[in-house]
Design a protein around this ligand. Structure first.
Ligand code: EPZ
Length: 420
């Protein structure tokens, strides 16, 4: 396993290129399963999860290759199985369920286990697809789905705005017979990106980005060339890196239109964030950082994927901030690691009170999940002394070339091999 060694205290200065979005690329690559000819994707980030998705596409009979940010997915005879050994490394593999049922009328997908941040069931995915005529047997750790007479359009409502559930059902509805009306959908920008891709492949979709999406099923979807949207969570992480190191970063390709809640809270916390023609310029404002409260919500609310990073900002602010986590039941695993670095954070149920004004000190810490790991990197950059972040394979899932990007703007950071 690899670790990051970070010597904190250096203000970051320079230009950062925001990569393509992991959470847009994963469903959009999976959507190639629903398309009956070659697809070319650009601005695809070089991440562990992308490589896993490409492996799954190859296993399913869709030869795919990533080269210099471009993925070509060739046509091929589709299989139906997403095996356990692959799904256990990436929950998002379950996003092949909807497109497989739509194209093949059958799917055998390993039931995605939970992960560090929560149980993460897929009951909403299954109940919605059942309303479209799919039948599921859950046994031996697999979801065996089939719809012998093909999927039919339906009017359905999600119990709550599930991102993956909306994506799975949206992809299935594109090839179902008749109209589907999906209510209480998630509104994340990555869902809009997925819908825009599907429309370019010939799908008939309206309402993406709102809570009601209407889909007129079509007989088939054709290939196209598509650029993945920039990653709003990577961008938000770098904005906070500028603030906690007292530096100044210019972010290129920063998707500001997808970041209202984050930009609003960063500005409320005292950051100066200037949207310019050549990018977004971020630094701490003259009055320093101030404690503010956040409450994670489905989009357009404050994203849960920015919660742990924002907590580090609060550690470096004057005053205190209350962090309320409403989406996942166990997304505070970074807290104890931050406390070991000198943070004053007290958890009470699904909220954590962060008291700032403390100097973080370097320490050996361990990443438990992707965004917790990102938070520990931010803390290491802000801390006095040396921080060793272990198990950075979590971070490699969602941050393309993170060490290189940070080092290029002055961070003292290196990747080292752990002696197992
Ligand atoms: C997506 O996960 C993202 N992953 C997550 O990003 C993100 O945190 C999450 O959306 C919320 O924004 C990808 O896009 C690949 P959900 P997803 O379905 O689709 C519960 C990251 O760090 N739920 O909106 O799994 C679930 O347990 C990752 O990049 C059910 O109970 O999120 C969770 O508590 C982490 N039943 C909540 O809903 C279901 O059928 C939100 O889940 C589905 C979900």
């Amino acid at each position: 396993m690899d670790s990051f060694i970070i010597e904190g205290g250096t203000p970051l200065k320079g230009i950062v290129q925001v990569s393509g979005s992991k959470n847009a690329a994963l469903p959009i690559l999976m959507a190639a399963i629903a398309v009956d000819s070659r697809v070319t994707y650009t601005n695809v980030p070089d991440l562990r999860d992308i490589h896993t998705t490409i492996k799954l596409l190859n296993l399913l009979g869709r030869p795919a290759v990533l080269k210099d940010g471009t993925v070509e997915v060739e046509n091929g005879e589709l299989g139906i199985e997403a095996p356990y050994d692959l799904v256990k490394t990436m929950r998002a593999s379950v996003l092949c369920l909807g497109p497989l049922l739509a194209r093949k009328g059958e799917a055998l997908v390993s039931l995605p286990g939970g992960c560090a941040i929560g149980a993460r069931p897929v009951d909403q995915h299954l109940s919605a697809l059942e309303k479209m005529g799919a039948q599921f047997d859950l046994k031996n750790g697999y979801i065996h789905g089939h719809c012998p007479t093909g999927l039919k359009g339906a009017k359905l409502q999600f119990d709550f705005p599930t991102v993956g559930g909306t994506e799975n059902v949206l992809m299935a509805a594109c090839l179902a017979r008749g109209e589907s009306v999906l209510e209480n959908c998630a509104r994340e920008p990555e869902i809009v990106d997925l819908a825009d891709f599907l429309v370019q492949c010939g799908a008939q979709i309206e309402g993406q980005g709102s809570s009601v999406i209407r889909v007129q099923g079509v007989d088939s979807l054709h290939g196209c060339r598509y650029r993945i949207m920039p990653d709003r969570i990577e961008a938000g992480t770098f904005l906070i890196a500028a603030a906690v190191t007292g530096g100044e970063l210019l972010l290129r390709d920063c998707p500001v239109n997808a970041m209202d809640a984050v930009l609003g809270k960063l500005r409320e916390a005292g950051m100066s964030i200037e949207e310019r023609a050549d990018g977004v310029l971020a630094r701490t404002g003259g009055d320093g950082l101030l404690g503010v409260d956040i409450s994670t919500q489905p989009h357009p609310g404050f994203p849960t994927d920015m919660q742990s990073q924002f907590m580090v900002l609060m550690c470096c602010a004057q005053g205190s901030g209350l962090v309320q986590e409403n989406i996942f039941e166990n997304r505070f695993m970074h807290v104890q690691e931050l406390v070991r670095m000198g943070a004053d954070i007290r958890i009470s149920g699904s909220s954590a009170m962060v008291r700032g004004g403390r100097t973080l000190t370097g320490a050996p810490v361990m990443a438990s999940d992707l965004r917790a790991g990102a938070a520990l990197v931010l803390a290491g950059l802000a801390a006095q002394g040396t921080t060793r972040v272990q198990r950075v394979y979590h971070v490699d899932r969602g941050y393309e070339h993170l060490v290189e990007k940070l080092a290029a703007v002055g961070a003292q950071i290196a990747r080292v091999k752990d002696v197992d």
